[in-house]
Design a protein around this ligand. Structure first.
Ligand SMILES: NC(=O)c1ccc[n+]([C@@H]2O[C@H](COP(=O)([O-])OP(=O)(O)OC[C@H]3O[C@@H](n4cnc5c(N)ncnc54)[C@H](OP(=O)(O)O)[C@@H]3O)[C@@H](O)[C@H]2O)c1
Length: 236
C-alpha cells in the first residue's frame, strides 16, 4: 500500500485499532491526523507515532464538537472512524437512555463524521462495525443492532456519497485497550478462550484490522464493502 502524499484522519486514533491504523498509514508514507476526546491521550499517542502525526480534539457524540473540528476546512484523502465508547448490557439491565447513549457514540458518531468530513476525489471513508451484526449473542442485542446499522449505513452512503468510497470492517474480539478495564487475569483468560474458539486460532490484533482498513481505503474497486474480518467467529 502506497499512501505517500496522502493525508489520513483517524477519528479514534489515540488507542487500539485507530492507533494501529495511524501507525500503519505512517509506515505507508501518509501524513496522519489522529483525533479523539482526550488531549492528553492524543499527545501521548502522537508522540509515540512520531514525525508525520498531528492531532486534534473531537467528541463524536457532540454535534458542535464535530462541526468545530471540521470547520478548519481541511480536506483529507481518507477518513477512518474507530471512535466509540459503548456500554452494552441486556435489554432489561440498562435504561433506554443508556442504550441510546451507546448508539449515539458508535453509530451517530460515524454518521456525524461522515456528514461533516471533507474528502478529496479518489478518497474514502472507513468505519468499524462488528461481527455481532450477523451473530447476536445473549445480552448483545443492542450491539448487534448498532453494528448492523453501521453496516447498512456503509452500503447506503456508498451510493449517497459516490464517487466517494465508503467501507467498513466488522471484527470479532480484538485485543486492544478497550478491554483494559478488566482484571489482567480475567482478560488473559477471555482472550485464550476466544482464541481457542475461533477457527483462526487467534483473537484479532489491532494491526490485523488496520491492514484491512488501509486495504479498503487504497483499493479503488472497494466501496459499499463490509469486510467480516473475525477469525471465523461468525462461523462457529
Ligand atoms: N476491541 C474489540 O474487541 C472490538 C471488537 C469489535 C468491534 N470493535 C469496535 O472497534 C472500534 C474501536 O475499538 P478499539 O478496540 O480500538 O477501542 P479503544 O482502544 O477503546 O479505542 C477507542 C478510541 O475511540 C476514542 N473515543 C471514544 N469515544 C469517543 C468520542 N465520543 N469521541 C471521539 N473519540 C472517542 C478513544 O479516545 P478518547 O478516550 O481519547 O476519546 C479511543 O481513541 C469500536 O467501535 C469498537 O466497538 C472493537
Amino acid at each position: 500500500m502506497d499512501l505517500r502524499s496522502r493525508h489520513l484522519l483517524v477519528v479514534g486514533g489515540s488507542s487500539g485499532i485507530g492507533f494501529a491504523t495511524a501507525k500503519a498509514a505512517l509506515a505507508a508514507g501518509a501524513r496522519v491526523t489522529i483525533a479523539s476526546r482526550s488531549a492528553d491521550k492524543l499527545k501521548a499517542a502522537a508522540d509515540a507515532l512520531g514525525d508525520g502525526a498531528t492531532h486534534g480534539v473531537i467528541d463524536v457524540t457532540d454535534d458542535a464538537s464535530v462541526e468545530r473540528f471540521f470547520a478548519a476546512g481541511t480536506t483529507y484523502d481518507h477518513v477512518v472512524v474507530t471512535a466509540a465508547d459503548v456500554r452494552i448490557a441486556s435489554i432489561r439491565d440498562i435504561t433506554v437512555s443508556e442504550a441510546q447513549a451507546a448508539m449515539n457514540s458508535k453509530f451517530w458518531g460515524i454518521y456525524r463524521v461522515a456528514r461533516a468530513a471533507k474528502v478529496a476525489p479518489g478518497g474514502s471513508l472507513g468505519f468499524i462495525a462488528g461481527f455481532r451484526s450477523q451473530r447476536p449473542g445473549p445480552g448483545l442485542a443492542l450491539m448487534s443492532a448498532i453494528n448492523a446499522a453501521i453496516e447498512g449505513l456503509t452500503r447506503g452512503l456508498a451510493l449517497d456519497l459516490r464517487p466517494l468510497r465508503v467501507n467498513a470492517v466488522s471484527p470479532a474480539l480484538v485485543d486492544t485497550e478497550l478491554w483494559s478495564g478488566m482484571a489482567p487475569d480475567a482478560r488473559a483468560a477471555m482472550i485464550a478462550k476466544m482464541a481457542a474458539h475461533y477457527p483462526a486460532g487467534t483473537v484479532g490484533k489491532p494491526e490485523h484490522i488496520a491492514d484491512a482498513l488501509l486495504m479498503l481505503a487504497t483499493n479503488p474497486y472497494a466501496t459499499g464493502t463490509v469486510l467480516m474480518l473475525d477469525g471465523g467467529a461468525s462461523l462457529v
